[in-house]
Ligand binder design. Sequence first.
Ligand SMILES: [Zn+2]
Length: 273
Amino acid sequence: MATGQLIRGWLGLGGAPVFLYHGLTLLLAPECPVRERKYWVSAAKFRDHLACISRESHQAVLLHELWDSTDGSKRQKLAIALTFDDGNSSDYEITFPLLLEAGLQAEFFVNTATVGRKGFLSWQQIGVMQRSGMSFQSHSHDHVYLSRLPSRETERQLRLSKQILEARLGREVEFVAAPYGDLSADVIKVAMQVGYRAVCTSWSWPARPGAQLVNRAVVYSKTSARAYEGLLAGRLASYALCAARLVVMFLPKRMLLRFLRPHAVAPVQEDLS
Ligand SMILES: [Zn+2]
């Protein structure tokens, strides 16, 4: 094996890119608080991402397909996954038509408490998208900091959203994405006990199919075409930059929250993921 390949394997870069989006927008300045704008990617950029995926001969698959084939030799070559958090109405209005146009599928993580509210997906829209091949997973019931809740409440959040989604969708819900990317050993343990197969993170690194955690590369409004191509190709520089950005943006805020907000039920989309 070439040295380069060995190093890539050691760094975990040989995994599959799983992209994390939040909402798509047709506007230059999306109608949301300024601090959230960095998570809203323009529809034109997303169309470019889809074109790039196709040009580089990658195949967008659903997470369960990636996780079903943990044997690298059998795994679909160049498989990637597209995920969207928060269940914004743009999932239906903008993302869904673009995915249909490109003939691709994506995974949508929704908060069961916000489905049907203004600005979010409705059950009717979810039904239409599911019948067209899109997949829905849990983003917890409310959009809360799970690691700051008592275990019993964390369990209620994860169990309730799973139960509601499964009853509505008529199929098993296997993955959960923690709101704000807020995870702890206890949250992961509870998620496993409740019956999830894996927990999605916002840690920008390639995902290792079959693992308990699903690393996802966060896509920002300012993610350049070159950076996106680098993430798709599993380039170290691209992932290192993405991870560094996350650390700079996210960790100081998290540390502050530990001191300032011991009880962490927060409004949707206040922060990352
Ligand atoms: Zn979220």
